[in-house]
Design a binder for this molecule. Structure first.
Ligand code: FMN
Length: 328
């Protein structure tokens, strides 16, 4: 299963009438000016090694002025000795846009604590039912999550982001969360990091057939965008190239999130590896914008996107016309 973007195509513009250094992909995002539509998604915290990873990612997030989320802060609330592995992110990037992260089922007071630990600009609430089900020690009841989210949204001192971790939000889920007060969604679709497979390798709990569980990122993005709600959309889950990221923006994403590629680059080659990956990605975003003839994100978001294959079939099966993205 792929992230669905292989079925989508942008038009090559042979006469863009632009120079690459004119292209400005900055925007105001969650109240701060951000240089690029790319964020480092939630990865880690809680150990000495995690502290090193967070330090590296936060320094680069600051240098390139992109948002960064930390991994779940649950451990920092349970064990204050681990706080510094998260707090380093704010130390290294005092002015940057930093997102806290905690499970959507955690009590509201914990959610507020999570925000305070890193003086976060926003709070990601992660939704990861399949991952929990695949874990020996995972949750088994998800009965009260919606009420809990509504309570967190009411008391959170910063905007709340509902975030899937690789199984994809459906439009029905987004509608329910919207009714609870959520206005920012990270669709976290299928096609990248696969927590059922990862957890099942440890637990062996799941019968075969769940490896491809979830809604691919492009399919989820298409159906969420078609709701036409006044929401901010972060597209994530298996986005690996600047071309895919650009297609996601043309499809309706305001921001793109990547997790595993940053971690892999760090494991392979440390901070230099992450920086080189990031530089390549950012240049690629500018290049793709140029090649479509888009000077900025507003122009990019209006580019025709041709949607074919299974992604188009999925949208049609959900009552959405894929031609809506082409004829504009
Ligand atoms: C090692 C690792 C740890 C992660 N930890 C968290 C976490 O604590 N909270 C969370 O919301 N998502 C977590 N994620 C999920 C990512 O933020 C992201 O939603 C998911 O990996 C899909 O994006 P990707 O395909 O670019 O990796 C983690 C991902 C990885 C690879």
């Amino acid at each position: 299963m792929t992230n669905g973007f292989t079925d989508t195509f942008l038009l090559n513009n042979s006469i863009p009438g632009l120079a690459i250094d004119e292209i400005d992909l900055s925007q105001t995002f969650l109240g701060k000016n951000i240089a690029w539509p790319l964020m480092i998604n939630a990865i880690t915290g809680g150990t000495e090694r995690a502290r090193g990873i967070n330090q590296c990612l936060a320094s680069l997030a600051g240098k390139y002025n992109i948002p960064m989320a930390v991994g779940s802060l649950n451990i920092a609330i349970e064990d204050p000795d681990t706080i510094s592995s998260f707090a380093i992110v704010r130390e290294k990037n005092p002015q940057g846009l930093i997102l806290a992260n905690i499970g959507a089922d955690e009590p509201p007071d914990k959610a507020v604590k999570a925000v305070k630990i890193i003086d976060a600009d926003a709070l990601q609430l992660h939704f990861n039912v399949p991952q929990e089900i695949a874990m020996e020690e995972g949750e088994r009841s998800f009965k009260n999550v919606l009420v809990n989210v509504e309570e967190i949204a009411a008391v959170s001192p910063v905007p709340v982001i509902a975030k899937e971790v690789g199984f994809g939000f459906s439009r029905e889920t987004v509608e329910k969360l919207f009714a609870c007060g959520i206005r920012i969604f990270d669709n976290g679709g299928q096609g990248g990091t696969n927590f059922i497979t990862i957890e099942n390798q440890r637990s062996g709990l799941m019968a075969e057939g769940f490896e491809h569980w979830g809604i691919p990122t492009a399919w989820s993005l298409g159906e969420i965008k078609a709701l036409q709600l006044p929401i901010v959309i972060i597209a994530s889950g298996g986005i690996r190239t600047p071309v895919e990221a650009t297609k996601a923006i043309a499809m309706g994403a305001d921001m793109i999130g990547l997790a595993a590629p940053f971690l892999k680059a760090y494991v392979r080659e440390g901070e230099a590896g992450v920086e080189s990956y990031l530089q390549g990605f950012l240049y690629g975003l500018q290049a793709a914008a140029l090649m479509t003839g888009s000077r900025n994100l507003a122009e990019l978001s209006r580019q025709p996107l041709i949607i074919m294959g299974q992604t188009a079939e999925w949208l049609r099966a959900r009552g959405i016309d894929p031609g809506d993205w082409t004829s504009r």
